[in-house]
Design a protein around this ligand. Structure first.
Ligand SMILES: *[C@@H]1O[C@H](CO)[C@@H](O)[C@H](O)[C@H]1NC(C)=O
Ligand SMILES: *[C@@H]1O[C@H](CO)[C@@H](O)[C@H](O)[C@H]1NC(C)=O
Ligand SMILES: *[C@@H]1O[C@H](CO)[C@@H](O)[C@H](O)[C@H]1NC(C)=O
Ligand SMILES: *[C@@H]1O[C@H](CO)[C@@H](O)[C@H](O)[C@H]1NC(C)=O
Ligand SMILES: *[C@@H]1O[C@H](CO)[C@@H](O)[C@H](O)[C@H]1NC(C)=O
Ligand SMILES: *[C@@H]1O[C@H](CO)[C@@H](O)[C@H](O)[C@H]1NC(C)=O
Length: 481
């Protein structure tokens, strides 16, 4: 009886809590449509001094509260010392043949490991475990690890997805503190059949997009948790976002490989929102949407030694949708390489929002064949019918330093479209040098209502960045965060 009771606590199945855990932000997360049918150009790029050459692993600054040693977390060699804490899913009945539903075994192993300190739920190599949508819930004893050395995957597409399961998420980690997801294995998303749904962009008959709800599961979601480490794994082919953190504090992501095809819709690599103290290091991400996206309520985010591409780049936003209040601060992106991407470093806000984006630093970024290398878009809109409004999310203190490489000439490499009524202020440009990947640039760099300074002249030159501060920018409590 006691066991059953605990089980029901660990695996919340009441409709109310499932609703709580469901994503309810579909309109906020309306995504870019995709540009299909574009061919990769043959490489013929001019040589520039690189902004960034891959260097030894950086020493993470954030989050200070969790270990920065990348070898943190049990590895097979740790087993002897913690032998009694290993909960091998095969001992709980998992088969690992890629066909049998192993959900119950994972739940039982989790339940057992949750109750001991430093418990390890272990999915061994050479096995392929199929499990259905599961909420791995805490609170648990500290030091809990889910170690995947084999392959862990969901059912193959919408037709196999149990009707009673949420189709907005697959693995959910909820109410945990001091937990690690690691291993030498692969989290395989089996996304193809979701990407091919006729409601996805251009996947309907004759390249149309059919209407209707088009929910697809995010592969891994951390919700309302703290002091998390995710490391080492290969995470691929997600039906939708690969990893998503919301309402979390203290996240260390290290040495991940995330990949999905260039044309897989809405497959953001790592998305964070309402999450603070985040470090994302030494990871390689290629997918069909944002490489890393940072939503409202994020601060102290440190991104270093990340390679993106193909992708839609590293993105702050979109923010301020439907007149919402959005706050993002203290984001640094350093030593990154962005290639073959639709955007490079992007900040996007909707008309009509409030709040602010401040303290953003992009430093030592190498670009290769990137559209919109540096872009601020305060007119973000997914339909063609967004009205201009008098309020906006206020952008200030944004630094671009040592941004070099090549751009796709279909868009100007530098584009600052700030709100008519709320100027962007204190944009610093230093050593921004971008050359055409192929062909010649047709449009000049663009700025609208953007204030700041060039410490060194940019290539191509921008003469539209205004000095000083706008006269009209009064103190206004609607920007406060
Ligand atoms: C670790 O465990 C293995 C097998 O149980 C044993 O042979 C080995 O001696 C142990 N190593 C240490 C350092 O205790
Ligand atoms: C698709 O296009 C073909 C040729 O243009 C046309 O004959 C056919 O009716 C179209 N099918 C649909 C479902 O629109
Ligand atoms: C951002 O950084 C500044 C300077 O280090 C600090 O004063 C401020 O508290 C930080 N803001 C947040 C929200 O962490
Ligand atoms: C909104 O404002 C921008 C900048 O002034 C302008 O270019 C654009 O045409 C306006 N859009 C609408 C729909 O009025
Ligand atoms: C502050 O901003 C809001 C929204 O942009 C605007 O309606 C209001 O008039 C502003 N207040 C002042 C004192 O400028
Ligand atoms: C401009 O931004 C830089 C970098 O974020 C910051 O150090 C500086 O204090 C800001 N200047 C003003 C006048 O706010």
């Amino acid at each position: 009886m006691g066991i059953l009771h605990t089980l029901s606590l660990l695996f919340i199945t009441t409709p109310l809590l499932l609703l709580l855990l469901e994503e309810n932000v579909s309109n906020v997360e309306a995504r870019d449509h995709h540009h299909f049918g574009k061919k990769q150009k043959i490489k013929n790029s001019p040589k520039l001094s690189p902004a960034y050459s891959p260097a030894p692993a950086p020493s993470p600054r954030y989050p200070p509260s969790i270990p920065s040693d990348p070898s943190y977390g049990p590895t097979p060699t740790d087993y002897n010392s913690t032998r009694n804490c290993i909960f091998d899913v095969t001992d709980f009945g998992a088969i690992g043949d890629g066909a049998t539903d192993d959900t119950a075994a994972f739940r039982s192993a989790w339940k057992a490991a949750c109750q001991v300190e430093n418990g390890v739920v272990f999915a061994p190599s050479d096995l392929v475990f199929m499990i259905t949508s599961t909420i791995f819930s805490g609170p648990c004893q500290p030091g809990l690890v889910l170690q995947v050395d084999g392959v862990l995957m969901p059912p193959d597409g919408p037709d196999c997805w149990p009707k009673s399961d949420s189709n907005k998420q697959w693995l959910v980690f909820y109410r945990l503190d001091d937990m690690t997801l690691t291993g030498t294995g692969t989290i395989e998303g089996n996304g193809q059949k979701w990407w091919d749904l006729p409601c996805k962009p251009h996947r309907g008959p004759n390249g149309s997009t059919l209407p209707g709800p088009c929910d697809s599961p995010a592969l891994i979601r951390f919700f309302m948790s703290s002091n998390l480490v995710v490391s080492g794994l290969r995470i691929q082919n997600s039906p939708q976002f690969h990893m998503k953190f919301d309402g979390c504090q203290g996240v260390l992501i290290d040495k991940l490989s995330i990949s999905s095809p260039k044309l897989s819709p809405n497959t953001d690599g790592i998305h964070i929102e309402n999450t603070k103290s985040v470090g994302i290091y030494n990871s390689v991400i290629g997918n069909g949407d944002d490489c890393i996206s940072i939503g409202t309520g994020c601060s102290d985010v440190d991104i270093e030694a990340v390679t993106c591409g193909p992708s839609h780049g590293i993105s702050i936003g979109s923010l301020g949708v439907q007149h919402s209040h959005a706050c993002v601060s203290n984001i640094t992106v350093r030593n990154a390489f962005i290639r073959d991407s639709d955007n490079g470093l992007r900040i996007k806000t909707w008309q009509g929002g409030t709040g602010s984006v401040t303290g953003i630093s992009f430093e030592n970024i190498q670009m290769e064949n990137v559209r919109n290398c540096v872009i601020i878009d305060q007119y973000y809109c997914l339909t063609k019918a967004c009205r201009n409004e008098t309020s906006a999310v206020y952008l200030s203190d944004v630094t671009y330093r040592n941004i070099k490489g090549t751009y796709d000439v279909r868009s100007p490499p530098i584009h600052f479209a700030c709100s008519d009524t709320v100027a962007c202020t204190n944009i610093t440009m230093s050593e921004v040098e971008l050359l055409p990947y192929e062909g010649v640039l047709v449009d000049d760099p663009f700025c609208w209502n953007a204030y700041g300074l060039q410490e060194t002249l940019t290539i191509p030159p921008i003469d539209c960045l205004q000095d000083g501060m706008p006269l009209s920018l009064a103190e206004n409590s609607s920007y406060a965060c």
